[in-house]
Design a protein around this ligand. Structure first.
Ligand SMILES: [Zn+2]
Length: 82
């Protein structure tokens, strides 16, 4: 991992994937986050990730194309913290 730089945050360090629910799971607060909410989630006061990093992570997660928006998963996770 000698070529890992602080300017290249690893999206998988922030989120894991729940393949059953097809959502990203925030490792810090263990909350299910849909792709469209990744940036907002990271940049919120919950985590205070810089906007630059939050945008990078959001872009990475959105390339995990096996995650899909599925409205019914809101029964299991709270997506309302915008
Ligand atoms: Zn979180």
């Amino acid at each position: 991992m000698s070529n890992t730089t602080p300017n290249s945050p690893n999206a998988s360090a922030f989120f894991s994937i729940n393949t059953e629910l097809n959502v990203a799971i925030c490792r810090q607060c263990e909350r299910g986050v849909r792709k469209g909410n990744i940036f907002t989630h990271l940049a919120s006061t919950n985590h205070r990730v810089s906007q630059t990093v939050a945008r990078y992570i959001a872009n990475c997660v959105q390339q995990w194309d096996h995650i899909e928006d599925q409205p019914n998963i809101s029964d299991c996770y709270d997506f309302g913290q915008v």
